[in-house]
Design a protein around this ligand. Structure first.
Ligand SMILES: NC(=O)c1ccc[n+]([C@@H]2O[C@H](COP(=O)([O-])OP(=O)(O)OC[C@H]3O[C@@H](n4cnc5c(N)ncnc54)[C@H](OP(=O)(O)O)[C@@H]3O)[C@@H](O)[C@H]2O)c1
Length: 248
């Protein structure tokens, strides 16, 4: 049985990806910080799909959480064919105003634990000479983000890291893709304390494009024509727009 491990599978893009992998016959290893939400997702998916679903409550804002998760999966004798590093969130505010601990936690979930889980799982994939990794970055990866500085920088890290390990993994038979969504209708904006833009894409559409891109071994997946065109705008203009949007 092929298993897809999806972090942040209880809502938004991760939840929609879980549905797609279930539809395509994968067993699921679902991770989030909340046991109740995980059990609800498992129940919903079990009603529709005849696949094994394993859930793991793991707070990925804690240092060492990725290693703990990996140990638990090994103890349960599960092997990961597809790893989706999706769990993450953003913070807004001037850098001196964002709480230091919150910023460190965000960097831990968006960057540190994404790297740790990739390193642990990719070593197993190399031994099996197959596997796929999808790291969820953002269109924010292509520019600095005033008043959301560490979030955009964390996503630039994810993109750079993903492209580098893709290069290393290719001769070993393992694929690495990076997803860079623009604004998407999920819990993301309410969590960071802003309003979801009216033209945000649906999480279902973003997940479908991500799934197809991963299966077609695309290096960088940017869902939506508008999000791809926006990357052609001058950097200063894009920084101004983000500052205006995020400065409260
Ligand atoms: N929405 C957008 O506009 C947008 C744009 C670009 C990139 N992204 C990226 O897309 C990814 C998914 O976000 P989303 O938009 O789908 O937002 P979302 O609906 O808020 O989903 C976030 C997921 O991450 C999980 N999560 C949050 N804190 C966690 C923790 N401490 N430990 C483990 N899991 C945790 C949440 O589950 P629990 O709360 O149950 O733990 C949830 O399943 C993120 O990496 C985000 O940066 C989003």
């Amino acid at each position: 049985m092929e298993f897809a491990l999806i972090t942040g599978a209880t809502s938004g893009i991760g939840y929609e990806l879980a549905i797609l992998f279930a539809e395509n016959g994968y067993g699921l290893i679902l991770v989030s910080s909340n046991q109740e939400r995980l059990e609800n997702v498992k129940k919903q998916l079990n009603e529709k799909y005849n696949i094994p679903i394993h859930i793991y409550e793991q707070d990925l804002t804690r240092q060492g959480a990725a290693s703990e998760l990996y140990q638990k999966i090994k103890m349960d004798h599960l092997s990961v064919t597809v790893l989706i590093n999706n769990a993450g969130f953003g913070l807004v505010g001037a850098t001196d105003k964002i709480d230091l601990q919150k910023d460190e936690e965000m960097i831990t979930i968006n960057v540190t634990n994404l790297v740790s889980l990739s390193k642990l799982v990719i070593a197993d994939m190399y031994r099996q000479k197959r596997g796929k990794i999808l790291n969820v970055s953002s269109t924010g990866a292509f520019q600095p983000g005033p008043y959301t500085s560490t979030y955009f920088a964390s996503k630039a890290f994810v993109l750079s890291y993903g492209r580098a390990i893709r290069y290393e993994a290719k001769p070993k038979g393992v694929q690495v893709s990076t997803l860079c969504p623009g604004a998407t209708k999920t819990g993301f904006f309410s969590r960071e304390g802003t309003t979801t833009p009216a033209d945000a894409m649906s999480a279902e559409v973003v997940a479908r494009i991500a799934y197809r891109g991963l299966m077609n071994n695309k290096e960088v997946i940017i869902p939506g024509l508008k999000n791809r065109l926006l990357q052609l705008f001058p950097l200063k203009l894009k920084m101004f727009a983000v500052a205006k949007m995020k400065h409260q």
